[in-house]
Design a protein around this ligand. Structure first.
Ligand code: ZN
Length: 241
């Protein structure tokens, strides 16, 4: 099956709309979401509504959790903390209920999905390099694991004894190996490329693609400032950092 993987939308509707259009144009009908639909961005209600309509399944992200977990915001940096408290006031009870019902992990179409760490999803550990990845492959039994959280798209491969990071936007999977795909971030990329990121996985063709889509970062930035959210959160969108 061929499906799209979105993650870390972070209440950025310009980015999500551009990605939704790209997914439709590519003829991909199924979408899964890896969490952090809210936090940082200026349109949490619209983002929750859009993800609910778009995604067949979703898992919980750490920003999603913080919105319905009083006190959790203290574990974030000051910009994220401000945005979490602001988001908490924006969402209604029904939207909070939707977020709080999301699972930490699930298996969909044979792929393990978690926001951050397959081995211990509630730890919100980052998978940034081969060493991190090597520690994670024992945390799931499936051939393929889908994650987000770092806002840096990429691929890791497990050959049975060691992990390797695979570079580039295309993953060609070998049937005797296992993989972690990081879909990157729709709404706040941090790999130096400001374009929205998402992934397309085809488990019949054994292929994964990271897709980048331009959107109006200035427009989202203006909405962030108008909402009274930290200006830094607007500025970073233009650099993709
Ligand atoms: Zn995130």
């Amino acid at each position: 099956m061929r499906y799209a993987v979105i993650s870390d939308v972070h209440a950025n509707m310009e980015a999500l709309t551009a990605v939704t259009d790209s997914i439709a144009a590519a003829g991909v009908e199924t979408v899964v979401c890896l969490g952090d639909t809210v936090g940082y961005g200026p349109e949490p209600q619209a983002a929750v509504a859009a993800v609910r309509q778009l995604a067949a399944v979703s898992v919980l992200g750490n920003h999603d959790r913080a919105v319905f977990t009083e006190g959790a915001e203290a574990r974030f940096n000051e910009w994220a903390e401000d945005a979490i408290c602001w988001t908490r006031e924006e969402l209604d009870a029904e939207e909070i209920d939707f977020l709080s019902a999301l699972p930490l992990s699930l298996v969909h179409e044979g792929a393990f999905m978690a926001h951050a760490s397959p081995r211990d999803p509630a730890s919100w550990a980052y998978v940034m390099d081969e060493r991190d990845a090597a520690a994670q492959f024992g945390g799931f039994h499936e051939t393929l694991c889908l994650i987000g959280h770092s806002h840096e798209p990429g691929f890791f491969e497990w050959d049975g004894t060691k992990a390797a990071e695979l570079f580039g936007d295309v993953l060609v999977m070998e049937s005797d190996k296992r993989y972690i795909v990081n879909a990157g971030s729709v709404g706040q990329p941090r790999d130096g490329d400001p374009r929205a990121a998402y992934a397309v996985v085809d488990d019949d063709e054994l292929r994964g693609d990271i897709i980048r889509v331009e959107y109006d970062t200035e427009r989202t930035g203006r909405k962030i400032v108008q909402a009274g959210l930290p200006a830094f959160l607007a500025e970073r969108l233009t650099h993709g950092t």
